[in-house]
Design a protein around this ligand. Structure first.
Ligand SMILES: Cc1cc2nc3c(=O)[nH]c(=O)nc-3n(C[C@H](O)[C@H](O)[C@H](O)COP(=O)(O)O)c2cc1C
Length: 206
């Protein structure tokens, strides 16, 4: 699929050209492109394949405006034609845990694994569930940013928001954990050049 009239970028080119964009052109993202970006990102791995992530795609201008207010008034939220709200729902995940097993498993194996997973999670606090779910959500977030870029779209990952307010605006239940907001669209600014640590600063070889 050619998204904005250009070839789909390689992973390397997507990595090299992705930067946070906070001013977007108003044109909406075609539904089929959004679905393609989301479908590909859903191939991201998660621990035990639990896939606790969920996404709300917000395009309604009034909702975006309210989200902007809940995100310290950061203008990129209402500037983008769409905002992907990445969150995790451990209650839904554990209630429907049978869904995540490979079809190759027998019914007996599935039931055993489901029981083990539910038992392992039983004793975990709400905070542990939220932190774990949020962390898995960051994997999806990274996939979303790079896949979007490979289709010619830009994003900005955002952790600066009031989670309770975002849940209220989007009618999300209190137990979910919001990983990030991800405004997405076509860039209307260049963004900043990468300024990163080099290999020697970060990597140790043993
Ligand atoms: C988890 C996370 C949360 C962030 N939250 C915000 C935010 O609330 N507002 C914002 O403008 N940028 C936010 N950023 C963007 C960072 O400032 C940006 O990624 C970083 O400066 C590197 O720049 P680059 O993305 O252009 O390479 C966030 C990035 C990450 C990964």
């Amino acid at each position: 699929m050619e998204a904005v009239g250009q070839r789909i970028l390689s992973v390397k080119d997507a990595v090299l050209t992705r930067r946070s964009i906070r001013k977007f052109k108003p044109q909406p993202i075609p539904q089929e492109v959004l679905e393609e970006i989301l479908s590909l990102a859903l191939k991201a791995p998660s621990s035990n394949n639990l896939q606790p992530w969920r996404v709300v795609v917000v395009q309604n201008p009034e909702l975006k405006e309210r989200l902007r207010e809940a995100a310290n008034n950061q203008a990129q939220v209402s500037s983008a034609p769409a905002v992907l709200v990445v969150y995790s729902d451990m209650k839904d995940t554990l209630e429907h845990v049978e869904e995540i097993f490979h079809p190759g498993f027998s019914e007996e194996q599935k039931q055993l694994r489901a029981a083990n997973l539910r038992k392992a999670w039983e004793s975990k606090s709400d905070e542990e569930r939220e932190n774990w779910g949020k962390a898995q959500g960051f994997i999806l977030l990274a996939f979303l940013m790079l896949i979007a870029r490979s289709y010619g779209y830009d994003t900005v990952p955002m952790g600066g928001f009031n989670a309770s307010k975002v849940k209220e605006i989007l009618n999300l239940p209190p137990h979910v954990a919001i990983t990030a907001l991800l405004p997405i669209g076509i860039a209307d600014e260049a963004g900043f050049e990468h300024h990163r640590h080099n290999l020697q600063r970060v990597v140790r070889w043993q």
